[in-house]
Design a protein. Structure first.
Ligand code: 4NP
Length: 157
């Protein structure tokens, strides 16, 4: 089982988009039984709230549902229960380091798996949800390719 947790600030836009895009990708590859996939925010501001409507409708435009998701804050105890903690921005990486530390080297920035490492801009401010979707999709696809190259065949189901 590979446990992946996506992280942004509020857990109502980017990290839930990443959670449900990545769930969709692994399901389409028949790998869903190998993964536990979740998301959280470094801030408690939105805790308990559903996915922001424009993020939800962008996912729906791509045939992806995020029904039932509620925002959760990243807690120190989440660290032990993850293999990969994938942040949208460098500042989220710094927040994660303050909250849990990273003794096992689990924390990465999502788009660092792509040929174009970058922070994924916050669509809460840019209002550009299609670009957020594209950037997050590319990061998730590149991360899955990375896993497929590095994991032993025996753990791929
Ligand atoms: P997210 O976007 O970090 O991608 O979920 C944000 C959501 C809410 C706020 C900021 C960013 N906010 O300030 O409430």
């Amino acid at each position: 089982m590979i446990k992946v947790m996506f992280i942004c600030l509020g857990n109502i836009c980017r990290s839930p988009m990443a959670e449900f895009i990545f769930k969709d990708l692994v399901r389409k590859e028949g790998l869903d039984k190998n993964f536990e996939i979740s998301s959280a925010g470094t801030s408690a501001e939105e805790e308990g709230n559903p996915v922001y409507p424009l993020a939800r409708s962008e996912l729906e435009r791509h045939g992806i549902s995020c029904a039932g998701k509620r925002a959760k804050k990243y807690e120190p105890s989440d660290y032990a229960n993850a293999d990969y903690i994938l942040a949208m921005e460098a500042r989220h990486v710094r927040s994660i380091l303050r909250i849990s530390g990273d003794p096992a080297g689990k924390v990465h920035r999502l788009a660092d798996f792509t040929p174009n490492p970058h922070d994924i801009a916050d669509p809460w401010y840019t209002r550009d949800f299609p670009t957020a979707y594209k950037d997050i999709y590319q990061g998730c696809a590149a991360f899955l390719e990375y896993l497929k190259k590095t994991l032993p065949a025996s753990s791929r189901g």
